[in-house]
Write a protein that binds this ligand. Sequence first.
Ligand code: HMH
Length: 223
Amino acid sequence: TNNIPVTETWMRKHRLLYDGATRHPFILSIRQGSVDFSSFKRWLVIGQDYIFVRSFVPFVASVLMKSCKESSVESDMEVILGGMASLADEINWFKKEASKYHVSLTSVVPQNANVTYCRFLESLTGQEIEYPVAITAFWAIESVYQQSFAHCLEEGGRVPQELQETCERWGNEGFGAYCNSLRDIVDRSLQKASAEVVSKAEVCFLSVVEHEVEFWNMSTGDA
Ligand code: HMH
């Protein structure tokens, strides 16, 4: 059983928690078309996520730095750089959406759950955080989002027209392939890591999933 990738063992072990993020009531309501896309929800999806992404960029930059120093595989840098490029694109998209719905991005106040999540990201940017731990967080953050929105687009969904583009942005196959590349980096780097680093990475994975659940809890008022 030593051939099972570490991420696969985590997925089996923590399936319920993981599904709690990717099948969150808010995500299910998007899929079912029952979502209340009122001004509050628009403000959440656009405004709060815009704040999150702005904190996500320096975190990804720190992962990129680590990959340059610690990874022996050249393509790691390219995968992470591709992720940064899509974040640049995301920021522009948020701005476009915000102006479409008259949401003022500069006056959005970060909610508690978001502040906590952004702080967590910042705590992972330090040099003392091992590359396998940091890349694990990166993969988990992207994958939870990708799988959530991909689920909305699966057969039988009734995503409202105004949220179709949002779901496609993160749920598309290209983004899925990118997440798989990140997962492969995680599995490879953990294969060479000490047991201590592997367990730190697992804890980090769980924290990300919990933060993602809390992020969506903002939409249901449970935050
Ligand atoms: C909260 N998690 C959250 N926002 C995002 N944009 C992503 C993950 C993926 O980029």
